[in-house]
Design a protein around this ligand. Structure first.
Ligand code: SAM
Length: 351
């Protein structure tokens, strides 16, 4: 499953894999501390690592964890199997629930704004499917992992028919073709063997990793706050009915405002994070477009150990609007390898 997600490393993951390598015998985990879509953690899992997924957004943890669920863990035995469950969900009648009320044109019935994130039909289908998943879980007809898998499938289905230009920061005024298609749940391919996965939904500063863990850090690097840009996915994942605000119908997100998104705080936040992690080896992804210039970041990080910058390939720029489209089309991405137990503080040159 691919997602359009700001900062996704889908196109860089093969290069990053070279620096992840295979797990040592010391029993450490691969900690994807800002897991987002989980594409990097999935690669580590394929390399044999036990994986720890963390993100302060519930939706990100679910999307990531669903990549690591095996056929044994999601056989849906009480409901006749995965494909039967997908058929049932696709056959439900739309419901006039929260998503219909707030994020389809029906929003104008209860407020001042006609929101066009979804057609009324698709919004009602999201409501019906999300309600059914909750009822199955409550009635113990599906397990926790099966529930996660179905929510992740619903988030994928939602992304395919959302009337947006990549994020849920705003909806488009004209209906795009994809938004007029019917929402359809698709069965994904599951992995064949269960694997060790831990999932947490914490602010990254709360993670207590061990010295043997390999920690991968992929923090936000611009002012775009994920909690605001993906607010509807978060609401579908949590399944609550928050009081929403403004034209976009934002759920309260300020408690998840990330320090890494503020130009004035990002350097200190990154440095403190690396200094306070107990892990001996840390991989840090950063972009030349980030708030913190790479040279300055390198200068600060040399205080913790040996620091090597790797120049990854150039990736296409995320284009949320016309101004960005007119700017350069590619951006250079870096992977900074930090080895804490080496006392040498030889500074690698950014090449
Ligand atoms: C650049 S994205 C990660 C992308 C991911 N590596 C991928 O390939 O899909 C950054 C992620 O960090 C999360 N995040 C931002 N601030 C955080 C914080 N303080 N603690 C934990 N997660 C945070 C965001 O929700 C977002 O999913």
């Amino acid at each position: 499953m691919t997602y359009r997600y700001i900062g996704s490393k889908a196109r860089l993951v093969e290069e990053i894999a070279e620096y992840i390598g295979t797990p040592s015998n010391s029993g450490g985990m691969f900690v994807d501390a800002f897991c987002g879509t989980g594409v990097v953690a999935e690669t580590a899992m394929k390399l044999g690592w036990p994986v720890w997924l963390n993100d302060h957004m519930v939706s990100a943890g679910i999307i990531s964890a669903a990549r690591m669920i095996s056929t044994h863990e999601a056989n849906f035995k009480c409901l006749g199997g995965y494909s039967e469950v997908i058929n049932i969900l696709n056959g439900l009648d739309p419901l006039r629930g929260f998503i219909w009320r707030e994020y389809s044109p029906a929003s104008v019935l209860t407020g001042d704004v006609e929101r066009r994130y979804f057609t009324e039909e698709n919004a009602g289908r999201i409501d019906a499917i999300r309600q059914q998943i909750g009822l199955w879980k409550k009635g113990e007809l599906i397990t926790k992992l099966e529930e996660k898998l179905l929510i992740a499938d619903l988030l994928s289905a939602t992304n395919r028919i959302a009337n947006i230009a990549g994020t849920y920061g705003c909806f488009l005024s004209k209906w795009q073709n994809q938004a007029t298609n019917s929402l359809i749940m698709l069965q994904r391919e599951l992995i064949s063997q269960p694997t060790t996965v831990r999932v947490t939904c914490e602010d990254v500063s709360n993670l207590q990793v061990s010295s043997h863990d390999l920690v991968y850090l992929d923090p936000p690097y611009t002012k775009r706050q994920y909690a605001a840009y993906y607010h509807i996915l978060e609401t579908i994942a949590i399944n609550d009915e928050p009081e929403v605000q403004g034209v976009s119908g934002l759920r309260p997100w300020q408690t998840k405002a990330s320090d890494f998104c503020y130009k004035t705080r990002a350097l200190d936040a990154l440095t403190n994070l690396v200094v306070n992690l107990d892990s001996k080896r840390i991989l840090l992804s950063y972009s030349e477009e980030g708030h913190v210039p790479i040279d300055q970041l390198m200068d600060n990080l040399t205080q913790v150990g040996s620091v090597t910058p790797i120049n990854l390939m150039k990736v296409g720029r995320y284009r949320p609007n016309k101004t960005a489209s007119m700017a350069r089309s590619t951006v250079r991405e870096y992977l900074i390898v930090i080895e804490k137990d080496k006392l040498s503080t030889v500074r690698g040159e950014v090449i």
